[in-house]
Design a protein around this ligand. Sequence first.
Ligand code: ZN
Length: 349
Amino acid sequence: MDRPASDAGREDAALALFWTVLHAPDGGTSRCPRCGTSRTFHRISRRRAYACDTCGTHVYPASATPFAGSPVRLAAWLDAAVMVLDSPGKIRPNRVAGALGIDYRRAWRMTRRLEEIIQAGGEDADLLGRLAGRWRDQGHSHSDPVPDPGSPEDRIRIAACRIMAQRGVEATRISDIAREAGVSNASIHYYFRSKDEALLAAFRWAGDQLHATLQHLRDENVGTLEHVRRLLELSIPGDQGVYEEYLLWLEAWGRVRRHPAFLDECARMSRRWTDAVLDVFRAGVEDGTFSPVAHIDEVCERYVAISESLALRATLGYSHMTARTARRLLARFTAEQLGIPISRLDPDN
Ligand SMILES: [Zn+2]
């Protein structure tokens, strides 16, 4: 967190944020209303304005926002917005007053105004969410968030996971996720810059759930063979949780070529899964349960490759590859690779 030390520094940073979010995504160039084309702009000291380098026209970044004309500093508005969005409907004006060092009446008016904007939804609410989210990400926020177990961020991740798995990212609207999570549109914009960011968060959340399940299995100490049977169940979509996770995988894979963050995340999750499988297989070699047909590292890679392919086909809904068929094939393959009779993994086989 690097915070500008002075109030003037924070106010400059706040104005720069309005400028960037509303007018100049690259921070320097924007369309000049008088020149009618893209121009570089510079900040004008002692005004909330930027000027065109070519014709001198002034642009006031906060002018078309709910904060236009407010005597309150933009930095204070952003601090208050972060507090309100971190704890929707729960933030009390006295906490805003204390954190921002302003009087109670002013804090009360600001809190009420921010809550009105958020409840009304629409463009102002979206803008507020985006501005406050960047303000928090940049480490400027003076808020001191209330610990909240069912945090809005978690509710949004769970909702994004469900909705995006059901409909795909293209057909998902921010308002759908907001409704499912029981939060405002502004909250979504506050936590995520884009639908892709929400997808990435949902994807990570689903991955974390899977690994929590795997950890639980390890803690339960169910024995080598039962552990492999449970891995088989988790490998092929059948129950809703695993199915949704694979649908999210499909969405994520489709984005890998455009967004490197998805490549990193897919690779990370695949690695985690491979490591978890390898742990179980190795334990079986060490306790003498398995006699693998190749080095156990390679058997593990084969398992992951085959299971991903079968799971993918079952998820896509190929008519010849039901989840049941996929599970049976994977159980046979696994038994062969680990050198055990198939009946020990799947009594129906
Ligand atoms: Zn100009």
